[in-house]
Ligand binder design. Structure first.
Ligand SMILES: Nc1nc2c(ncn2[C@@H]2O[C@H](COP(=O)(O)OP(=O)(O)OP(=O)(O)O)[C@@H](O)[C@H]2O)c(=O)[nH]1
Ligand SMILES: [Mg+2]
Length: 282
């Protein structure tokens, strides 16, 4: 048997490339939220993958965004830059339907001299704008090519000990994962522009009852006018968000959940570093 390997693997790419989907597939749990919209992931999330001969610290990142409009964009950009700089190796995911773009060169520059796997994603779809810069193809959705890619990634990690106990899956607190599942449900249920202004804060997480976890969460919206949209006529929208989120939280916790949601406008929250920190995005 060879030496034990360990290290930090950055999952990089443009928004919507499928980084979070690949993280979840490799870890085998829905740690990272996935939606059809770009710019879903807002901060770096570590998934810890442990095998007998290797441990990879997989860092899911926000998609690299263009110019920063506010503190949240800025922190998303720096999460990408720091991850690219600090990783041991990088997996650059390129949506085969869109092909190689100049921003991919920018990402490669940030990674520097470290090993990079240049991977085309969504190969289950018909569109394929692959070129010679894309070395292999995977589908994080169907799993095609994902196991082989993981084996090759682990083989390129430096020799080293495991950094985390083998049963640990992520560096984020459970509360954060729960808040993210609420945000994911909001992304799914709300129209175009509203979800980008939504943040979720867990107000209470009560495990005192054996049979049920009681969670109260606040949906923060960026505009007064979004409050009504999130609540919906007769409260139907927020009910839909709540029931979707509850199912996913129950799956994550392996327990029954009572979830109470309410909406609070907090204009400008995405511009305030202190709020971003409290919300777990910084
Ligand atoms: N058909 C197909 N769809 C995929 C595949 N991988 C991801 N998707 C879909 O692409 C969309 C974006 O996936 P995410 O995993 O959220 O992408 P991301 O790169 O994390 O996006 P951001 O967090 O916004 O940067 C979702 O609707 C996924 O279901 C794939 O291999 N095949
Ligand atoms: Mg993501």
């Amino acid at each position: 048997m060879g030496e034990h390997r360990s290290g930090v693997v950055a999952l990089l790419g443009l928004p919507n490339a499928g980084k979070s989907t690949l993280l979840n597939r490799w870890i085998g749990e829905r740690l990272a939220i996935v939606t059809r919209r770009p710019q879903t992931t807002r901060s770096r999330l570590m998934g810890i993958l442990t095998r007998s001969d290797a441990q990879a610290l997989l860092l899911d990142t926000p998609g690299l965004v263009g110019t920063a409009r506010h503190a949240l964009d800025e922190s998303m950009r720096s999460a990408v830059a720091e991850t690219a700089r600090d990783c041991d190796l990088a997996v650059l995911l390129v949506d085969l339907g869109r092909g190689w773009e100049p921003a991919h060169d920018e990402i490669l520059e940030r990674v520097g001299e470290k090993p990079v796997f240049r991977v085309g994603t969504k190969c289950d779809r018909r569109a394929d704008r692959g070129d010679e810069r894309i070395e292999r193809r995977i589908s994080a959705q169907t799993g095609e090519g994902c196991g082989e890619l993981l084996d090759d990634v682990l083989a390129r990690l430096p020799e080293g000990p495991p950094y985390f106990p083998q049963d640990e899956l992520t560096d984020k607190p459970l509360r954060f994962l729960v808040a993210e599942l609420v945000r994911e449900a909001a992304f799914d249920c709300l129209g175009e522009e509203v979800p980008y202004g939504v943040a979720v804060e867990i107000e209470s997480f009560d495990e005192s009852r054996e049979d049920l976890v009681r969670i109260r969460a606040r949906l923060i919206v960026d505009r007064e006018s979004h409050k009504g949209i999130v609540i919906g006529a007769g409260g139907r929208k927020i009910k839909q968000i709540g029931s979707r989120a509850r199912h996913r939280i129950e799956r994550l916790l392996g327990q029954r959940v009572h979830l109470e949601l309410w909406v609070k406008p907090e204009p400008g929250w995405a511009k305030k570093p202190r709020r971003l920190k409290a919300l777990g995005y910084l």
